[in-house]
Design a protein around this ligand. Structure first.
Ligand code: 13P
Ligand code: SF4
Length: 303
């Protein structure tokens, strides 16, 4: 089958199964092109919570599909490749979080959406890269705030808020590959360009940026800003969407090394097989799902 035949079959099966395809901004171009909705973690969570489809095919990584299942436990949530994980999400375990909570009994817990359902279930509220500052600021009475697992996101939030944050030592192995010297080199090559970076980048990269944005924040910025050239400090899959939506503008990756291998596991063929065989289902046990939903709903309810 060639790719247009695969796409036709996907559309046909989507109708038969009453399915919707949700796609993260880092997915490969041809998967982005079959999306019913493409977005960042927050946008995908909100869409998953509102859809009236029976089946959600989630093209992203495991914590994202799990969040969709937490929000819509009665729907069938499928991942085309079940091996697409997020190494950062695996850097905090529920046991480690429980130990941290015992050490800081008065602290409120904010968990980045890049966490397992078990960790979310132990949290007061979730956040994403687009709302982390607002979520932390909303915890007005908290003397201390445990923020897991991303030490760079929590550092960024602590520089923009006046709160006592207890970080965890997690990080994104893809974003740490973007180095300050990469930004400086690209700025020298494209002196007119603006620099936008993701808050998972290291503080020394963030310092060099004009804006710090979630992936969908970057897409909005690209459309609305006057800049004709922009250096992009995040996973390079997003450049496909940026260039497609803004044909007159130029986008340069801060580093060609910023590739998330897990985000590249999903292909058109695997999306088709997923709909054909109704695999691989992601389902969260009810006791965890109910507690995790509280933390995710609290975040969604804020916006
Ligand atoms: P966004 O929510 O900004 O899309 O980020 C998700 C992610 O995994 C970034 O590495
Ligand atoms: Fe996880 Fe980083 Fe990949 Fe995002 S880019 S899914 S944080 S490993």
């Amino acid at each position: 089958m060639n790719s247009s035949q695969i796409i036709e079959k996907i559309h046909q099966l989507k109708r038969e199964r009453n399915a919707v395809i949700l796609v993260h901004n880092y997915q490969i171009g041809e998967v982005q092109d079959i999306a019913d909705y493409i977005g960042d973690s927050l946008g995908l969570s909100v869409t998953a919570s509102k859809t009236d489809a029976d089946v959600i095919v989630f093209c992203g990584v495991h914590f994202m599909a799990e969040t969709a299942s937490i929000l819509s436990p009665d729907k069938i949530v499928l991942m085309p490749d079940i091996n697409a994980g997020c190494p950062m999400a695996d850097m905090i375990t529920v046991n480690a979080l429980q130990a941290l909570k015992t050490k800081h009994p008065k602290a409120k817990v904010v968990s980045y959406v890049n966490t397992t359902a078990e960790v979310k279930a132990e949290s007061d509220i979730c956040c994403t890269s687009s709302n982390a500052i607002k979520v932390v600021e909303s915890l007005k009475d908290a003397e201390e705030i445990i923020f897991v697992p991303d030490k760079y996101l929590s550092h960024y939030v602590s520089t923009r808020t006046n709160r006592n944050i207890i970080p965890w030592n997690g990080y994104c192995p893809t974003h740490v590959k973007i180095l300050p010297e990469d930004i400086l080199r690209q700025k020298e090559a494209y002196p007119e360009a603006k620099v936008i970076v993701h808050p998972e980048c290291t503080p020394s990269v963030i310092q060099l940026a004009d804006e710090v944005l979630s992936t969908s924040g970057m897409c909005k910025y690209a459309k609305s800003s006057d800049a004709n050239e922009t250096i992009i400090g995040t996973e390079i899959g997003i450049l496909y969407r940026l260039s497609k939506e803004n044909p007159g503008k130029k986008f340069y990756p801060a580093s060609e090394n910023a590739i998330c291998p897990n985000m590249k596991l999903t292909t058109l063929e695997k999306v088709l097989w997923s709909l054909e065989d109704m695999k691989y289902e992601v389902k969260v046990p009810e006791d965890i799902q109910v507690r995790a939903k509280r933390a995710v709903d609290k975040m969604i309810g804020m916006f």
